[in-house]
Design a protein around this ligand. Sequence first.
Ligand SMILES: [Zn+2]
Length: 172
Amino acid sequence: MQQVLVLNASYEPLNVCSVRRAHVLVFKGKAEVIEELSRPLHSATTTFPWPHVIRLVTYIRVPRAVQRKISRRALFARDGWRCVYCGTASGRLTLDHVVPRSRGGDSVWENVVTSCAPCNLRKGNRTLEESGLELRTKPRPPAPVLFIRLAAPKIPQRWEPYLTSFGATTAA
Ligand SMILES: [Zn+2]
């Protein structure tokens, strides 16, 4: 199934959609085709360019409050598949609450990090101060780009310039 990359008016990647959905957006004048594939899209009476990357005509504000659900895969990808405490990329990775749940810590992007099993064990039920561990990066909600990368089984080559210009997996 061919997917289409959807960019905001600002060119920031938003999500992916089906060719049919992209075509409807373009047909209604809500989006323009930025990249197309060489094969044409046939309807009963005419042919259209096959959309590959489209851009919304009107800027869509993506509220911070609308946050994506936390999954281990997305969390580990956000943190570059490394422990945020010691930086190791080897061994088993776990999800750690910076402020432990038993101490009132929430399961939100700002309070969950990727931790190797030994660091998680060492930290246990303690806060950063108590454990003496330090965060190498401050946890924050991932950029939409991360979810596009996780959602698409294979990123088409012509999507890459749009994705890379809006940050790698570990958004700064
Ligand atoms: Zn570690």
